[in-house]
Design a protein around this ligand. Structure first.
Ligand code: RB5
Length: 143
């Protein structure tokens, strides 16, 4: 079984979350689904906080967040010191956020990014290793 992945979204990311959960499960990951569980309007900071808690207490080491644009939930997630959340729009960014930034959360805009692009980005994010070296020095400065 591949490592567990936490995932959370607001109503703007609810549909994409369902697609990505299927892909994660098909790839052998246990999924920690932190909601939202319906398309009813909710507040994205609550879901960023829930995912940050799941990474802090060890339910998962990596996560996926989605809101309408990906912006609000990124801002909320990155207020947590242990989170490095990267809003990603293509496979190059999905690779670089791991290689250079050691991102532990990938973020998508459910209303702004095509679902096929998000589905292609996620395995790149999960399979790419942090390069360390000079990048480790920089990441350490993030606090
Ligand atoms: C919700 O309408 C929307 O504002 C939210 O999903 C997100 O895009 C905020 O950044």
């Amino acid at each position: 079984m591949a490592d567990p992945i936490a995932i959370a979204a607001d109503h703007g990311g609810f549909e994409l979350k369902s697609l990505l959960i299927k892909d994660l499960q098909a790839a052998g990951h246990a999924v920690v689904d932190l909601g939202a569980h319906t398309a009813d309007s909710v507040d994205y900071p609550d879901f960023a906080d829930a995912l940050a808690a799941a990474l802090k207490d060890g339910r998962a080491a990596r996560g996926v967040l989605i809101c309408g644009s990906g912006i609000g939930i990124s801002i909320a997630a990155n207020r947590h010191r242990h989170i490095r959340a990267a809003l990603v729009h293509n496979e190059t960014e999905a690779r670089l956020c791991r290689q250079h930034n050691d991102a532990n959360v990938i973020v998508f805009g459910g209303r702004t990014l095509g679902s096929e692009i998000a589905r292609a980005c996620l395995p790149v994010f999960l399979s790419t290793v942090f390069e360390g070296g000079r990048h480790a020095r920089r990441v350490a400065k993030l606090g």
